[in-house]
Design a protein around this ligand. Structure first.
Ligand code: PMP
Length: 422
């Protein structure tokens, strides 16, 4: 019996998160035994160069010695107390220093919790119910946000999940990403009802789609004019596209920011934070309730802090960007040589691959028009060549500091073979 068949006897679909199941690309998922640096080692004995990086957290590569050491040290002191620890303060301080728009920050245990809580806070703060999000953006699986969502919800073709009450979904307004005029019109029509706009400042759950010039600026201006809360969901982009996240890269200050992935260095951590005036509404300071038994878990905080300290090294992100450039240039040339219609987006340590003539891809409808069958063949061909890409055409890819120039070159070589076969 395969490991997957065995898992499927006890776990729905054999997985604890849907995209892992390979439903979109076909075949059975790899079971991973261990990972080190840029490599993952599967239970079948094969090793792969990994561009998933646990969907983003592993910006230092897997099992980075500095992170593993502090995790082991902290674990020996006790796993959880449900009471304050100093390491929570240190991580919170680090986050506030790296992202100056964050004056107060609350730790949670996942990106989903972070966005769900930020939405509740925005609603509590403004006394309004409606929220604006964008088609193809994914903000976790809480009810209000699982309306026309991206990521696995796209892959599985169920952008609006059964189980989300229509009465609740009615408060979620879903607009087209990068369509400035549409957001302006929506605010003109119902600005006084809009509690918040939540946006991925670089969309990473419909492949990788950067904002068009003026889009984030328009959101900032509209939220200011209508007293709505602007939430940047930087669960994916935070600490990855620049040390200070997309807000630093584009020079725009959101009111609230949600974080996840890198902030936990591979352990379950999320966070939301922002303006003091808004964050003071959270319990116990204010009436908006939010809590967590394992929130601020000391082992997880230690992993996050060690990760943020390591990526604060001078020119860390410049080096990451250079590696990603090398990868993207190599893949693009390989596709051109093989005459495969192919287009890319990338921002520092994150990238998107599109099987299309359209360049650059900037809109959800353009993402949806890409050749998924060809991506799926490419995915499997790359897997055969020893490269592990995200098992879906709608996910961003991630480069870590462990991907050195030689590994990138090996990846490009694998891609030359893969492109010629698809
Ligand atoms: N927001 C964004 C932008 C994400 O990419 C994700 C997860 N990929 C989430 C929220 C949800 O985070 P989690 O999976 O940790 O709940």
């Amino acid at each position: 019996m395969s490991l997957f068949t065995d898992a499927s006897r006890y776990i729905p679909g054999g997985v604890n998160s849907p995209v892992r199941a390979f439903r979109s690309v076909g075949g059975e998922p790899l079971f991973i035994e261990r990972a080190s640096g840029a490599h993952i080692f599967a239970a079948d004995g094969r090793q792969y160069i990994d561009y998933v990086g646990s969907w983003g957290p592993m910006i230092l590569g897997h099992a980075h010695p500095d992170v593993i050491r502090v995790v082991q040290e902290r674990a020996a002191l006790g796993l959880s107390f449900g009471a304050p620890t100093q390491i929570e303060t240190r991580l919170a301080q680090k986050v506030c220093e790296l992202m100056p728009s964050i004056e107060l920050v609350r730790m949670v245990s996942s990106g989903t919790e972070a966005t769900m809580s930020a939405i509740r806070l925005a609603r509590g703060f403004t006394g309004r119910s409606k929220i604006v999000k964008f088609e193809g953006c994914y903000h976790g699986h809480s009810d209000s946000l699982l309306v026309k969502a991206g990521s696995g919800a796209l892959t599985l073709g169920v952008p609006t999940s059964p189980g989300v009450p229509p009465e609740l979904a009615a408060h979620t307004i879903t607009l087209a990403y990068n369509d400035i005029a549409q957001v302006q019109q929506t605010f003109t029509d119902m600005g006084r009802e809009i509690a918040c706009v939540i946006v991925e400042p670089i969309a990473g759950n419909m492949n990788c789609v950067p904002p068009v010039p003026g889009f984030l600026e328009a959101l900032r201006a509209l939220c200011d004019r209508h007293d709505s809360v602007l939430i940047f969901d930087e669960v994916m982009t935070g600490f990855r596209v620049a040390l200070g996240g997309a807000q630093q890269l584009y020079g725009i200050k959101p009111d609230l920011t949600t974080l996840g992935k890198i902030i936990g260095g591979g352990m379950p951590v999320g966070a939301f934070g922002g303006k003091r005036e808004i964050m003071q509404q959270i319990a116990p300071l204010g009436p908006v309730y939010q809590a967590g038994t394992l929130s601020g878990n000391p082992v997880a905080m230690a992993a996050g802090l060690a990760t943020l300290e390591a990526i604060s090294a001078p020119s860390f992100h410049a080096a990451l960007a250079e590696r990603t450039n090398q990868l993207i240039e190599g893949l693009s040339l390989a596709a051109r040589t093989a005459n495969v219609p192919f287009s890319t987006n990338h921002v520092c340590g994150m990238f998107g691959l599109f099987f299309t003539d359209k360049a650059p891809v900037r809109y959800f409808r353009e993402v949806m028009a890409c050749n998924v069958e060809r991506f799926n063949r490419f995915f499997h061909a790359m897997l055969d060549e020893g490269v592990y890409l995200a098992p879906s055409a709608y996910e961003a890819g991630f480069v870590s500091s462990a991907h050195d120039a030689n590994l990138i070159e090996s990846t490009v070589k694998a891609a030359r073979a893969a492109f010629s076969r698809i």
